[in-house]
Ligand binder design. Structure first.
Ligand code: ADP
Ligand code: MG
Ligand code: MG
Length: 922
């Protein structure tokens, strides 16, 4: 776009700094690059003016003035007011009108405008400059007395409420009373005399409530409105919004003073809001609403139902054509979809605002792809235009829009974790598990959740809580496990005793069907039909992710324990398995019994085997324990080999990292307390089996199991676990290869803190591998590596790398041990409070903490110093979190690994981590 004249490099100013940027007559002193100083709205008005678009003249008082105003303790900087007067005078010259001139009054709007558009900032005041004298000028010029009085009473109402803090309902009541007295159904039915009387009443209300007369001097009005805009920057709503959106508090807001244009001057006038494309679908059609004979705020306030914008085409074809052309011009200029505000005064179109449009996930993806096709943006820019959360949303099921439109809404809470969930309401976790076990689908409804509810959350379709915010336990866990969740639904009264919940006079009880929309926070009666969001059916998303693949440096792997999960992750684009947790296979069906059988005799059998190895002969008990143990382990080996073959086939040609057994063994045994109660209640009748089980559980009980006998420690104490798993992996490799497959296994040792733990485990494993190879008569290829998840392991990564071909950072444990928090206890307890109170900036289990990342970086450097080709990845849940992924990029990892449904998000996030894109509007 060309500007017709060079904006003044500087303008004369009385204040110490230049605080004013004007526009009008086709020239603006600012432009779109000056959002910091002029705010989004001011920069947009300047840019549109420079582009030759019809914008009513005006000026911006900069964000710097706002900051200096606060720095001076709520005083306008010296000289600023003189500069404002000069700017007003310029506008007077441009419009030929006079501020306060009764014959031909200049009226203005005063509009706040920060760098990011922000709810909570001061509302716009229209018609400023009106008083009893200028009003007569307005009436004389328009020949419309009713219009004049209507504008005036609106101004007193707006200014009174927004600038002078009079309660809005005071005016509303007076207006209602006037309507009742005149038998008027709508505001528009009140005549000039009635409006004049109302204006008098409004002024009386202002005097009564504030003790101050309504200001009649236009300059006083401007002074008060300007200060009110500044003051709103530190209003509570604005502060809360900035805290929530992580917007800095020192940006300040600008003030825009804009010549009024009137959309309410008759049927050749109007006002509207429009998007250059449909912000819901992304479709390339003008989308919006407009009202004839109305002023700006009427459309948004919904005073009348506004017709769709295309009706303007029939009513005002020439203006419509001009508007379409302007929309296209602005889209091309900003290279993005615009959200436009406009007013038509007696057939002439004026542009009042332009900004990048907020859009849904589906629209974001379609628009980005379309803009690339149209040559407006590059692929890299397209990638930066899509939020990782958008990708996530697109992969969640959604409610059928028609059914949803007709559904009865019970309540609305926080949209804590996206997706649509349908199930029968249950009010506690145990019931959830019971019902799911007998084939029901449930939604878990709680006042709030704690770690004790996890088992119920894990089996539920979705979660609904009455309390707790976006970082509450329910929200955090739901996002992690990918379940839809509505949290903090304050309207909902949950009664555990009667197992019912009520909101807005609608109740539901245990067993009733409800539908929960985690994307919008809504809860509906009944089971709404859903439409599944299949990745395969979203070519545009796939296209964008393909572009992401070209850009990103890190690979994206997945955490998958089963062939089905691996297959799904592959569809989503996973390039390997970064974590296959073998013990997850131990819990399925008959396996748990086999595993328990082995665990019960594991210690005795292991000691017996040691005796035998030392040349002793075993007594009958020992021999029996060994036989029981070996037989159970043999069964397990067969089953595990089958599992591994399945995974290798699903991931044919791609790497699979298999972690050897990690959790403490008591996790596979019944709960100590339950078993104790069982044996005690049975008394003498308790079975021998139950007594032995109880004794074993007691003997394995640990005070801090997460810091106890687990991971590589377990493998070293009971070497058969390592041996059996090694055999299962290697024989699985041999079997799959024999049938033409290309399995690639990486064996990973968990929880290494000392290099000797790794070397000892390695020796054990290699001996077993040799035995397998000898028996099969083939050589098997596998890679040996370790997790880095104990701080000591990270600190000694140079030594550890001597024995490991790869490191995978287990950032859950690493975070837990670096902070010294027990995650299970902390997240349900003090940790969320810490985040709420700002003691911690974020939950470090959700977003990688900088100190933990620092420890990782050190391990990376040390590891690579020993072994330059060391392969580095992350397999903690952080691997699917966009902010953490960016940190992994900076640390220099080779891949991130995350749960299958996070893979597409991670592909985008990894690309964005490489690109340093333009700052995005929040
Ligand atoms: P917001 O930031 O809430 O969108 P705006 O400052 O854009 O607030 O003002 C809201 C509406 O008020 C605008 O869309 C426009 O319709 C109307 N408006 C603002 N300034 C003027 C003006 N100078 N003349 C006519 N209408 C205006
Ligand atoms: Mg606006
Ligand atoms: Mg771990």
């Amino acid at each position: 776009m060309t500007s017709t004249a060079t904006p003044a490099g500087d303008r004369a100013h009385s204040a110490a700094k230049r605080y004013i940027y004007g526009w009008g007559g086709g020239v603006a002193e600012g432009d779109s690059s000056m959002r910091d100083l002029l705010g989004g709205k001011g920069a947009g008005l300047a840019e549109m003016t420079n582009a030759g678009l019809p914008v009513p003249p005006g000026f911006t008082i900069t964000t710097e003035a706002c900051n200096d105003y606060f720095a001076a303790g709520g005083q306008l900087p010296e000289g600023l007011w003189a500069d404002v007067l000069e700017a007003v005078h310029e506008v007077e010259v441009l419009t030929g009108k006079g501020f306060g001139n009764a014959a031909d009054p200049l009226l203005v709007s005063v509009r706040s405008g920060a760098k990011f558009s922000m709810p909570g900032m001061m509302d716009t005041v229209l018609n400023l400059g009106l008083n009893e004298e200028t009003l007569h000028g307005l009436v004389a010029l328009t020949g419309n007395e009713r219009f004049g009085w209507d504008a005036y009473r609106r101004f007193i109402q707006m200014f009174g409420r927004i600038v002078m803090d009079v309660k809005g309902e005071r005016f509303d009541h007076a207006l209602d009373a006037a309507k009742a007295a005149h038998g008027a159904a709508q505001d528009t039915d009140l005549d000039a005399a009635a409006l004049k009387a109302l204006a008098g009443e409004f002024k009386a209300i202002v005097l009564e409530d504030t003790g101050r007369a309504f200001p009649s001097d236009p300059l006083d009005q401007l002074d008060l409105a300007t200060k009110a805009v500044f003051a709103s920057w530190f209003g509570k709503r604005a502060m809360d919004y900035r805290n929530n959106q992580k917007i800095a508090h020192d940006l300040g807001t600008a003030v825009n003073v804009v010549t009024m244009v009137f959309g309410n001057m008759g049927d050749d006038s109007g006002t509207g809001v429009a998007f250059t494309r449909d912000p819901n679908t992304g479709e390339k059609v003008l989308y919006g609403e407009y009202l004839t004979n109305a002023q700006g705020e009427d459309v948004v306030a919904g005073i009348r139902t506004a017709p769709k914008i295309n009706q303007m085409q029939t009513e005002m074809p020439a203006v419509y054509a001009e508007f379409v052309r302007i929309g296209e011009q602005l889209e091309r200029h900003y290279r993005d979809v615009q959200d436009l505000e406009f007013t038509i005064e007696r057939g002439k179109l004026y542009m009042l605002q332009t900004r990048s449009a907020k859009r849904t996930a589906a629209a974001a993806v379609k628009i980005a792809a379309d803009l690339v096709d149209e040559g407006l943006i590059t692929r890299d820019e397209a990638l930066m235009r899509i939020e990782p959360a958008h990708v996530d949303q697109l992969l969640r099921d959604q409610f059928d829009p028609t059914a949803r439109g007709a559904a009865v809404r019970i309540a609305k809470g926080l949209n804590a974790s996206p997706g649509a969930a349908v199930g029968r309401a249950v009010f506690d976790a145990d019931t959830a598990v019971e019902w799911v076990d007998r084939g029901e689908r449930v939604v878990l409804v709680r006042v709030e959740t704690s770690p004790d509810d996890f088992h119920g959350m894990a089996v539920a379709q979705g979660i609904l809580t009455a309390r707790g915010g976006a970082t509450s336990h329910a929200a955090v866990v739901a996002r992690q496990i990918g379940k839809p969740c509505v949290a903090g639904c304050h309207e909902l009264a949950v009664d555990y005793r009667t197992k019912t919940a009520t909101a807005n006079d609608i109740s539901f009880a245990e067993g009733d069907w409800i539908s929960v929309d985690g994307s919008t926070g809504e809860v509906f009666v009944g089971a709404l039909p859903t439409v599944s969001a299949r990745f395969e059916d979203q070519p545009e998303l796939q296209r964008i992710l393909d572009w992401a693949d070209e850009v990103r440096r890190m690979e994206v792997w997945t955490n998958a324990d089963k062939p089905e999960e691996a297959a799904m992750a592959r569809i989503y684009g996973a390039q390997g398995i970064g974590l296959c947790r073998t013990e997850h296979m131990f819990r399925e069906g008959e396996r748990l019994e086999i595993v328990r059988g082995a665990i019960l005799v594991a210690n005795v059998a292991t000691r017996a085997k040691a005796k035998r190895a030392a040349g002793e002969t075993l007594d009958a008990d020992d021999a029996e324990a060994v036989a029981t143990f070996d037989s159970a382990m043999a069964k397990l080996e067969v089953l595990q080999q089958g599992d591994f073959e399945g995974i290798f086939r699903a991931m044919d040609g791609l790497p699979v990292v298999i972690r050897l057994i990690d959790p403490p063994l008591h996790e596979f045994l019944p709960n100590l307390e339950e078993q104790l109660v069982k044996v005690t209640l049975a008394g003498d009748a308790a079975s021998e089996e139950d007594r032995v089980l109880l004794a074993t559980i007691k003997s394995m009980h640990e005070q801090n199991p997460m810091l106890g006998l687990r991971g590589c420690r377990l493998g070293l104490m009971i070497p058969d676990f390592v041996k059996v798993q090694t055999r299962a992996i290697l024989n699985g490799l041999i079997a799959v290869k024999a049938t033409g497959g290309h399995p690639k296994a990486k064996i990973m040792i968990p929880l290494v803190g000392h290099v000797n733990e790794l070397s000892a485990t390695k020796a054990l494993l290699e001996a077993e591998a040799k035995a397998v190879e000898a028996a099969a008569g083939v050589e098997v290829e596998y890679v040996f590596g370790t997790m880095i998840e104990v701080p000591r392991g990270a600190l000694t990564a140079d030594e550890i790398a001597k024995h490991a071909a790869f490191f995978s950072f287990g950032t859950n444990d690493l975070t837990q041990m670096t902070f010294g928090y027990s995650r299970d206890d902390a997240e349900g307890g003090f940790l969320l409070k810490y985040v709420e109170d700002g003691i911690l900036p974020v939950n470090p289990f959700q977003t990688l903490d900088d100190a933990v990342a620092g420890l990782m970086k050190m391990a990376v450097d040390k590891g690579r110093a020993t072994r330059p080709d060391l392969e580095l990845g992350i397999c903690g849940e952080h691997g699917g979190d966009p902010e953490s992924i960016a940190k992994c990029e900076r640390i220099g990892l080779d891949y991130v690994s995350c749960s299958p449904f996070r893979v597409p998000v991670a592909r985008l996030a990894a690309a964005q981590a490489v690109l340093t894109g333009p700052e995005r509007d929040k």
